[in-house]
Design a protein around this ligand. Structure first.
Ligand SMILES: *Cc1c(COP(=O)(O)O)cnc(C)c1O
Length: 424
């Protein structure tokens, strides 16, 4: 199949995500991927600098994961998870609970990041409902992103083009992310607000807000917010869909916090990019609010492919890989390389600021830029022409590469960013 061929044929029937097709008509056809590389139909290779949206952290088409998934496919492909269970789900639960913050006890499985947060929101709302308390309001950070289904879209403030749906959103109030400057006022405002007991839950991306262009905040302020919310029995929901599985340098961003969440949402790197899956974990306290002789107090939510055995198997293999010495060394190596690059670049006249959390590195250009504007397109083209897949967000360039990226590939990303600074 010729490459141009695929891009052309794509136009006939396919409708792409986050795309205005009249403005962006042509899609690049990718024919294969291995480790940190993507190959297009002309055979040109690109370093996957964002791990295909933070999924393939152990490398594309990872042999270990493929082998495990292939064996599982020959044994049990799919079975209903309501009324049934299977070994991959049980093994996954045991493996994941071991690496989650220790207050997490129960796992609810679904399909994608949006469903994982949707379920987290439902857990918070129904937790109070089941106890006869009326708490219809959700609390979220400004500039948060939690997905594109109705509940998750409601709590996101970054879904940019939400106009047609806003009238149907659930009730949400927002607070700014904590800074050293605002934290005292933020806490006292929160204490005043919490005198009215109508807030069910608080959903937040811990430490790094991905879609907000890798905006970062420190653990101290977040700990203070979580402490106050817990005193008022607000269910705290850490959306670790992006931050989970090693990206911050620890297994979960919540590992940096002394106050652990009631609920954690995971997806993206969970199955190492092989197939879609998500998990919403929670504490015994949350689970117990649904445990009852009354059938209606159960969580009546389910997806057809919940706990698909192949997805569970990929997730187990991913967790195993994450814990290997090789992968942990890779993570440390990338962190150190980013720090060196940061020292080199931070005072550049076109760089306004830089930030890093684990293997996530971001720099803001000292240039005004629209989220989907011309300059963004020019930058994107520069990267792709040079064989580097990076996806600038507004005036932010960020790197979130697979852990298996080689040092030479990392250096190529850095040098391409440096040359990009010369053309903006
Ligand atoms: C990507 C993302 C989501 C949504 O996940 P999907 O699988 O795209 O639905 C939710 N929360 C965060 C923090 C994300 O990065």
């Amino acid at each position: 199949m010729k490459a141009k061929n695929l891009s052309e044929r794509d136009k006939k029937h396919l409708w792409h995500p986050l795309t205005q097709h009249k403005l962006h008509s042509s899609m690049l056809a990718i024919t294969k991927a291995k480790e940190a590389l993507l190959y297009d139909e002309d055979g040109k290779e690109y370093i996957d600098g964002i791990a295909s949206w933070y999924t393939c952290m152990y490398g594309h088409c990872n042999d270990y994961i493929i082998e495990k998934a292939y064996k599982q496919m020959q044994t049990l492909d799919q079975v209903v998870f309501s009324g049934f269970t299977h070994e991959p789900a049980v093994l996954l639960s045991e493996a994941l609970i071991k690496i989650l913050p220790e207050n997490q006890e129960k796992l609810f499985l679904s399909d994608n990041g949006s469903t994982s947060t949707e379920i987290g929101i439902k857990m918070a709302l129904q937790y109070h409902f089941n106890q006869g308390n009326k708490r219809p309001v959700m609390l979220a950070f400004e500039d948060g992103f939690h997905g594109d289904t109705f509940g998750s879209m409601s709590v996101s403030s970054l879904s940019v083009y939400n106009g047609p749906f806003e009238d149907f959103f659930i009730e949400v109030e927002r607070i700014p992310v904590p800074t050293k400057q605002n934290i005292d006022v933020l806490i006292s405002d929160l204490q005043t607000r919490l005198k009215k007991s109508d807030i069910a839950g608080f959903i937040y991306e811990p430490l790094v807000q991905g879609a907000a262009a890798m905006k970062m905040h420190d653990a101290d302020g977040l700990n203070k917010i979580l402490t106050v919310l817990k005193q008022h029995n607000v269910i705290t929901i850490a959306d670790e869909v992006m931050t989970g599985f090693g990206k911050t340098g620890k297994n979960f961003a919540s590992d940096y916090l002394s106050v652990k969440p009631d609920v954690i949402c995971m997806s993206k790197a969970l199955t190492a990019g092989l197939v879609p899956m998500a998990i919403t974990s929670c504490t015994q306290k949350v689970y117990d609010a649904f445990y009852s002789d009354d059938i209606a107090k159960g969580l009546f939510h389910g997806h057809t492919y919940t706990a698909n055995p192949i997805a569970c198997t990929a997730a187990i293999a991913g967790i195993e890989l994450l814990q290997t010495d090789v992968m942990q060394k890779n993570i440390k190596r990338i962190i150190a390389s980013h720090q060196k690059f940061n020292a080199e670049i931070k005072d550049h006249s076109k760089v306004a600021s830089t930030r890093q959390c684990g293997i996530i590195f971001a720099l803001d250009l000292a240039i005004k830029m629209e989220r989907y504007g011309n300059l963004r397109d020019k930058l994107f083209k520069h990267f792709m022409d040079n064989g580097v897949f990076l996806r600038p967000l507004g005036n932010t360039i960020y790197i979130l590469a697979p852990y298996v990226i080689s040092e030479a590939q990392l250096q190529k990303i850095y040098s391409t960013i440096k040359s990009a600074l010369e053309i903006v």
